[in-house]
Design a protein around this ligand. Structure first.
Ligand code: 8DG
Ligand code: CA
Ligand code: CA
Length: 317
């Protein structure tokens, strides 16, 4: 009767999730079906026909189909969808090192853990170590790894991030002490997909501004928090890297953090050919600064036309 008990749990999860969404009647129907399965004297896998299942009290066509789906695939797609999962695995959880699909699923079933933030919270509260197969050492390791989900491979379509970025810039610009704020990186270069959102901020009071940004409502899971750099995840799961720089450094920093990496290398080579040095602080001749305030100044000093972010490749125009 293992199937009966398992399916009953899943149906109750569906009920709970529908209830959360304020759906009427259906939650009650799912709970009633779950109870019927729990009390059933034979395993549901012995019902060969859909019609047979539908013959059970409280089980209509829709739930009967879900039972059959589970028996065939060990999953219920409707539940996965409610949980916002792909292939049964919450995407962000899988980015935690040391957590395979099996354990991820176990955590999700036993503790309702769906996101990296959920996992960090549960591990921090010591809730993992009691579960089968989870030692205290593993709990500590997973907690540490949740903080290092930075080597993520997932990329986001730029289109999907436009609103997030607009909100981000608007809110950061309204923080007291912020003089300038722009998005850099692949988002600024208008790449089709973006690995993380890089944001550049000019301020004279980096510490205060960094603290204030970390408190903004869309911030979750702060992973690095200093007065030069602040990193956090948004609710959508994407990482945001914020660099705080001084006013004079704006152009050099924006150029550097906009990339591409290949473009930076090409520019650096050109600087070296002239006996200069280019980095995120400026273009230098020895200790003397040649250009740094605006991107245009640096291109000009290198005798190059200003290059639109989208054109910033290894080939200089
Ligand atoms: P992505 O996030 O979509 O993967 O691409 P990205 O925005 O171009 O890369 P990034 O890793 O977020 O870094 C932002 C910019 O920093 C990059 O476009 C160029 C600059 N940069 C270098 N060298 C390096 C480096 O070694 N590591 C990193 N992280 N950034 C570098 O010029
Ligand atoms: Ca980036
Ligand atoms: Ca980055």
């Amino acid at each position: 009767m293992e199937n009966n008990a398992r399916i009953a749990v899943l149906l109750r999860q569906i009920a709970a999730l529908l209830e959360e969404q304020g759906v009427d009647f259906k939650p009650t129907a799912y709970r009633r079906a779950a109870k019927v399965l729990d009390e059933l004297k034979r395993d549901v896998s012995s019902f060969k026909e859909l019609k047979e299942l539908e013959g059970l009290p409280g089980i209509g066509e829709s739930i009967a189909k879900k039972i059959q789906e589970y028996l065939k695939t060990k999953r219920i797609a409707a539940l996965d969808k409610l949980l916002g999962m792909q292939g049964g695995i919450p995407p962000t959880l899988m980015e935690v090192e040391g957590l395979g699909p099996k354990r991820a699923r176990q955590l999700q079933m036993a503790l309702g853990i769906q996101t990296v933030a959920d996992l960090a919270r549960a591990a921090g509260q010591g809730k993992l170590k009691g579960l089968p197969g989870f030692s205290e050492t593993m709990q500590a390791k997973l907690l540490a790894n949740t903080k290092r989900v930075s080597e993520r491979t997932r990329r986001f379509p730029r289109e999907e991030l436009k609103d997030d970025v607009a909100t981000l810039l608007k809110k950061i610009r309204s923080v007291s002490g912020v003089e300038r704020c722009e998005v850099a990186g692949s988002f600024r270069r208008e790449k089709e997909t973006v690995g993380d959102i890089d944001v550049l901020v000019v301020t004279r009071s980096a510490k205060n501004v960094s603290d204030a940004i970390a408190l903004l409502p869309f911030v979750r899971d702060v992973v690095a928090h200093g007065d030069k750099k602040l990193s956090f995840d948004l609710k959508s799961g994407i990482r945001v890297d914020i660099r705080l720089v001084k006013r004079d450094q704006w152009g050099a920093a924006l150029l550097y953090f906009t990339g591409s990496k290949e473009h930076n290398i090409a520019l650096r080579k050109r600087a070296i050919q002239r006996g200069w040095k280019l980095n995120e602080y400026g273009l230098f001749e020895g200790e003397k600064i040649i250009a740094s305030r605006e991107e245009e100044d640096i291109y000009k000093a290198l005798e190059l036309p200003y290059t639109e972010p989208r054109q910033r490749t290894d080939i200089l125009s």
